[in-house]
Design a protein around this ligand. Structure first.
Ligand SMILES: C[S@@+](CC[C@H](N)C(=O)[O-])C[C@H]1O[C@@H](n2cnc3c(N)ncnc32)[C@H](O)[C@@H]1O
Length: 280
């Protein structure tokens, strides 16, 4: 009997480890799918792309899906926090996140943090003037970048889709009633579904901001049409991107048909690049 047990022991262990592996990858796919609720069914938003072409953005420090297999929940931790706080030019911004309820639009993405830091640095170094400029943020999510833009002096319109306005308004209102009360006149929230009712926005903007808004290929045409509608030759576009798939790069190619596009900042650790674009 013991002999038979010993004989089967290695096979039992192999099957057990296979079952565990299968179970953990199933858990990851489920987490990613939850995260992707508003990305129309495509999974693995954080998954590393396979091709490295034009992709220094995917630095070695960026977690790959293989790493996630062993630490499946580590990258979700900040998303699960209900409250996050950021300081911009000495002003505290509190962000309420609703990951479980509202998904991707209701959490602060690294691209927003990197863009916020970039704007603050550029303004304080005198390389960028935001004061009294007309600024619009597309796909603002929880509103971190928009609030930073107002703190840095920009007359800022924070926009997103109808179903995301709830969390955007909630966050901006809460901050305006608190530490950011002096910026009330500089910040408005408006619905903007890319490509829809663009006539509402008549005047061109000096600066268009976008953090992590290149991720649904079906929206690329409409996003481009929106950017073109909002800009003139004097407009500058700053896009903070985590390029996850080759298809994301296609948006930059589309943009290059009309704009001069330059990578102006790279955050290797967080795998985020900032692109600046001006009309050709
Ligand atoms: C990954 S989230 C980024 C949110 C925020 N910018 C950040 O970085 O924390 C993408 C944002 O794009 C918005 N978005 C997606 N498709 C959109 C569309 N067709 N029109 C307007 N906004 C859209 C989502 O609602 C969401 O707020």
């Amino acid at each position: 009997m013991i002999r038979i047990k010993e004989l089967f022991y290695p096979y039992i262990m192999i099957w057990l480890s296979r079952a565990l592996l299968l179970l953990s990858s199933f858990m990851i796919i489920r987490e990613d799918c939850a995260q992707e609720d508003c990305i129309k069914g495509t999974c693995n938003i954080e998954q590393t792309c396979e091709k490295e072409s034009e992709r220094e953005t995917m630095s070695a420090s960026k977690p790959s899906s293989a790493v996630m297999l062993y630490e499946p929940l580590s990258f979700l931790k900040p998303f699960n926090q209900e409250e996050r706080s950021f300081t911009v030019a000495g002003h505290l911004i509190h962000i309420h996140q609703m990951w479980q309820e509202l998904g991707v639009a209701a959490v602060v993405w690294d691209a927003a943090i990197v863009l916020t830091e970039y704007l603050e640095r550029q303004v304080s170094a005198g390389r960028l003037v935001m004061k009294d400029k007309k600024i619009i943020e597309l796909g603002a999510g929880t509103g971190l970048v928009s609030m930073a833009s107002a703190i840095l002096g920009g007359n800022t319109t924070s926009t997103d889709r109808e179903d995301t306005l709830q969390i955007l308004k909630k966050n901006i209102e809460a901050n305006l009633e608190d530490d950011l009360s002096s910026f009330r006149d500089l910040l408005t929230v408006q619905k903007l579904d890319w490509g829809e009712n663009l006539d509402v926005f008549q005047e061109p903007f000096d600066l268009i901001l976008g953090a992590d808004i290149i991720y649904i290929e079906e929206t690329f045409e409409k996003l481009l049409a929106t950017i073109r509608h909002l800009s003139t030759r004097a407009t500058r576009l700053l896009l903070s991107c985590r390029i996850r798939y080759d298809r994301d790069l296609r948006f930059l190619e589309m943009l290059r048909q009309f704009y001069e596009v330059k990578k102006v900042h790279k955050d290797r650790q967080r795998g985020i690049d900032i692109y600046r674009a001006t009309l050709l």
